[in-house]
Design a protein around this ligand. Structure first.
Ligand code: MG
Ligand code: MG
Length: 250
């Protein structure tokens, strides 16, 4: 069932989104060679708690971290670890959720560690732009397929693989609500969008194949061919006018 948020609930989601977005910036500012993913996770948790919110991911389905931190060919759901140390040239995906007064924000971004390759920089930029192509379709009266096809057409025009097995989703009182928001689809198909819907739009784009493999740690998802992957996500509110990015803070 698709939940509709009223204006009071949207105001709380805006605050949850702000905390989520700021927590990602706290992590971004701590990224450098030699830092562990556990240290980034701790900074994120401390920031969210300082804001009077809770890290949504901590304990979600048994997840052991406050953020998912995934490096290079890891796509999503990387577990923060003390022995996972950032190296120059890595690309790091930080995926954060914060729950404030019962409502969640969900956002992710990809950052380079020091100097990164031109190939990695292009992948990050195309992933970000594919998100905005999708968001430009996130308007009342359009359909879910309009978002996914816009993301897909843009990313695949660069020869990139668009992850299919994992998709965006509604966000609200629950981290994952209906409807699913795939990064592929057919224009004019799928759930119709209406004001008060809040969704995580989150392209996961691979430099190579779209196929994935899941690691034996039960969480980490990697590209099947070892190619780099980038991720960009915001929680988006559908309105009568332009979509509002609830987790975007700069
Ligand atoms: Mg996320
Ligand atoms: Mg999400």
């Amino acid at each position: 069932m698709v939940s509709v948020k009223n204006s009071e609930q949207l105001a709380i989601m805006r605050k949850a989104g702000q905390i989520t977005g700021e927590a990602i910036l706290v992590a971004r500012d701590a990224i450098r060679e030699g830092v562990s993913t556990k240290e980034l996770d701790t900074r994120i948790r401390e920031y969210i708690e300082k804001c009077g919110a809770k890290p949504t991911f901590l304990g979600y389905g048994g997840f052991p971290g406050s953020a998912c931190i995934s490096i290079n060919d890891e796509i999503i759901h990387g577990i923060p670890r003390k022995d996972r140390i950032l190296q120059e040239g890595d690309i790091v995906k930080i995926d954060v959720g914060a729950c404030y007064h019962g409502f969640n924000g969900d956002s992710a971004n990809t950052f380079g560690v020091g100097r990164i390759s031109d190939e990695a920089a292009r992948l990050i930029e195309v992933t970000r732009e594919s998100f905005f192509r999708g968001v430009s379709e996130a308007k009342a009266g359009n359909r879910i397929g309009d978002i996914g096809s816009a993301v897909f057409e843009y990313a695949t025009s660069f020869g990139y693989g668009v992850v299919r097995k994992y998709v965006g989703h509604g966000v609200g009182a629950e981290l994952h609500e209906d409807p699913e928001v795939p990064n592929f689809g057919t224009r004019g198909r799928g759930q119709r969008l209406f004001p008060g819907m809040t969704s995580a739009i989150e392209p996961m784009i691979n430099a190579g194949t779209f196929n994935v493999k899941e690691l034996s740690d039960g969480w980490t998802v990697k590209t099947a061919d070892g190619s780099l992957s980038a991720h960009y996500e915001h929680t988006v509110a559908i309105t009568d006018g332009e979509p509002v990015l609830l987790t975007k803070v700069e």
